[in-house]
Each structure stands twice: as structure tokens, then as C-alpha cells.
Design a protein around this ligand. Structure first.
Ligand SMILES: Cc1cc2nc3c(=O)[nH]c(=O)nc-3n(C[C@H](O)[C@H](O)[C@H](O)COP(=O)(O)OP(=O)(O)OC[C@H]3O[C@@H](n4cnc5c(N)ncnc54)[C@H](O)[C@@H]3O)c2cc1C
Length: 313
């Protein structure tokens, strides 16, 4: 990372963004409340746009100011450092949450809650999204992560993605032109997703609503939803399940401070209350070491670490 911008440069950037956009612009803003973990320090500068047209203005200004950029969706797949983020956090969230249905397609802004979209589609008798019910992310984060569950990945439904490069240039691509992998979207590296078009199929609203409820029940049965978390910390290694390896390595229930390998599902690290990012990070490292020593499997992280962490490799 480049040297963080000076307080003077940040103040000038904030003043410019307040004048030129209608986004919420805040200095030294806490990030923890914007994450499902409830963990993380403040961001030097926070910009939460309410209209797509402000995105390129913010991006261009941040780039010209040499200000490091972090794009935050609904914060359900990130672990933010206790020291926070030394640059600009661009929050593509509630302010960009509109959806518009047209026939079997929906055009949706990236900040829209994925679960809200699932429920709205089901109510209209549009099928395809139900397996993704209960995933607590936004549509942009879901596309960036190629979120998936119960045999469905969001990329399978994508007709087109619209967004901006870090320099503020328009980015547009058809879903079939973009490369997606398991929990990855190499074709969207460096792109801030603003909106997407998804294609769904006709179905019965009542049956779709039942399926959504079934999925929510399955999640509640299997996942430790009573404590804050980021979902699965690790990706599924080929031929294994991360949770099973962690459990067999004897790590279930182990703790670092107030972070714990969930006794219910070893693939989750939960915040028992007051956990720090350093606690979670130490537990992640312990799991990685123990699973490698025991099984020779290198776990790959699904959670995105944001900001500075000691001894990360
Ligand atoms: C209880 C729980 C259960 C979960 N279950 C699942 C599951 O079943 N399947 C699954 O795949 N995931 C699951 N997750 C993880 C998470 O919900 C998904 O990865 C989700 O799609 C992330 O979206 P977000 O908006 O929260 O992204 P964030 O956590 O805010 O960001 C994640 C990454 O996406 C980037 N990003 C976010 N928005 C944008 C944007 N507009 N443009 C460009 N980049 C962006 C961020 O920079 C970051 O790198 C679960 C999480 C929790 C807490």
C-alpha cells in the first residue's frame, strides 16, 4: 500500500466530495457497525453514494488524491483491521439499493440486499434466486464473491454487469463475457460494481416462498446464526470440506480472546462479544497451521482481510 494520505489531503478530498456529490461524506468513521462481525477500526474517509452518477466522481477524486480505496458492500465477508482503513471506504450499500423488474429480468443496484431481492423475486413468481436466501450480503458483494449456496452461484443468473474502474471509467460486460470461479470473479478485478441485470424463470410464488423458508430453516439448523460472523472463513478445498478438516484437527470450540471456532459449524469463527480483528486473525492462522500440519491441506481464505494485520502471510 502507498503511504496513507495526510490529514490535509483527506480534508481537501472530503470538502471536494461534499461539494460535488450528494453522497454521505464522513471523516474518521467507525466501520465495525457496517460489518456482520461487528469488528474493525475507523476509516479515514467514508463515502456512501445515493446515486450511481456519484461513483465515478468519487473514484476519480480518490485516485487523483492518491487515496487508497476500499469498496464495502454490506460487510458480510470482510475482517477489518482493528486499526481500520487509512484511506477512503466507498460504501455501495443502502443508498444504492433499487431494483426494477421487467418480465423475467431484474435490474438491480449493487447495494441492494441480496435476501431482499430473493424475497421480491419469489413474490413476483420469478425463480432462480431461492438457494441464495439468507446470505446477508449485497448484490455487488455477492457478484464480486460469486456467492453461492445449495448448488447455485449468482454468476449463473447474470445477464450483464455495470460499474466503474478505479479511474472512474465506465465498465460494462455481459455475464457470459466475464470469468467467474468458485467464490471468485477474476473478470471483475478492480471494478466497482454499480448495478447488474439478472435473468430469472417463471415459477409459482407460493412454491418459491416455501423454498425460501426451507432454505432459511436449513441455514438456521446448520449455521451459528446466534453470534456475529462472516460466514465460512475458508473456501472449500478440492475434495474436502473446510469445516470437517477443522473439526477433525480438534479445533472446534477453540478460542482466541472472544473469537471462537463455532462449536456448531467449525467452518465459522464467531464473535462471542467484544472480539477484536487480531483475535479472529490469530484463530485463522492457528487453523491454517493446524490443518496443514495434520492433513497437508492449505486452506484458502474466503473472508477478505482489510487493512493492516501483524504477521500475515
Ligand atoms: C451468516 C453468514 C452466512 C453466509 N453464507 C454464505 C453463503 O451461503 N454463500 C456465500 O457465498 N457467502 C456466504 N456468506 C458470505 C457473504 O455474505 C457473501 O460473500 C456476500 O456475497 C458478500 O457481500 P457483501 O455485500 O457483504 O460484501 P462485503 O463483505 O462488503 O465485501 C466482500 C468483497 O466484495 C467487494 N465488494 C463489495 N461490494 C462491491 C461492489 N459493489 N463492487 C466491487 N466490489 C465489491 C469488497 O471490496 C470485498 O472484497 C455468508 C456470510 C454470513 C455472515
Amino acid at each position: 500500500m502507498n503511504a496513507p494520505p495526510s490529514a490535509r489531503d483527506l480534508a481537501a478530498l472530503a470538502a471536494f466530495l461534499r461539494e460535488r456529490t450528494r453522497a454521505e461524506i464522513l471523516a474518521d468513521h467507525p466501520l465495525a457497525p457496517h460489518t456482520t462481525y461487528g469488528i474493525g477500526g475507523p476509516t479515514a474517509l467514508w463515502a456512501a453514494p445515493r446515486r450511481e452518477g456519484d461513483l465515478p466522481v468519487i473514484l476519480r477524486a480518490a485516485q487523483e488524491a492518491g487515496c487508497p480505496l476500499f469498496v464495502l458492500g454490506r460487510g458480510s465477508n470482510v475482517l477489518i483491521s482493528d486499526r481500520g482503513w487509512p484511506g477512503l471506504t466507498l460504501h455501495v450499500g443502502e443508498g444504492l439499493g433499487r431494483m426494477r423488474f421487467s418480465g423475467a429480468e431484474v435490474e438491480v443496484e449493487a447495494g441492494c440486499a441480496l435476501h431482499g431481492l430473493v424475497v421480491a423475486a419469489a413474490a413476483r413468481g420469478l425463480a432462480g434466486l431461492e438457494p441464495l436466501a439468507g446470505i446477508p450480503g449485497g448484490v455487488g458483494g455477492a457478484i464480486r464473491m460469486n456467492a453461492g449456496a445449495f448448488g447455485r452461484e449468482i454468476a449463473e443468473l447474470l445477464v450483464a454487469v455495470r460499474g466503474f474502474t478505479a479511474a472512474g471509467a465506465v465498465f460494462e460486460a455481459g455475464g457470459d463475457r466475464l470469468r467467474f470461479g468458485y467464490r471468485s470473479s477474476p473478470g471483475l478485478e478492480g471494478v466497482v460494481i454499480a448495478a447488474a441485470r439478472l435473468r430469472l424463470e417463471a415459477g409459482s410464488p407460493a412454491a418459491l416462498r416455501r423454498r425460501v423458508d426451507e432454505i432459511l430453516e436449513l441455514r438456521a439448523r446448520r449455521q451459528p446464526l446466534d453470534h456475529p460472523s462472516c460466514g465460512s472463513v475458508f473456501k472449500r478445498p478440492p475434495g474436502y470440506y473446510a469445516g470437517a478438516l477443522i473439526e477433525e484437527a480438534g479445533l472446534k470450540g477453540e478460542r482466541e480472546g472472544a473469537a471462537q471456532v463455532s462449536p456448531k459449524h467449525a467452518g465459522f469463527i464467531v464473535n462471542l462479544g467484544g472480539a477484536t480483528a487480531a483475535d479472529v486473525h490469530r484463530l485463522i492462522r492457528r487453523i491454517e497451521t493446524r490443518v496443514f500440519e495434520r492433513f497437508g491441506v492449505r486452506l484458502e481464505r474466503e473472508v477478505r482481510l482489510v487493512g493492516a494485520f501483524d504477521d500475515d502471510s
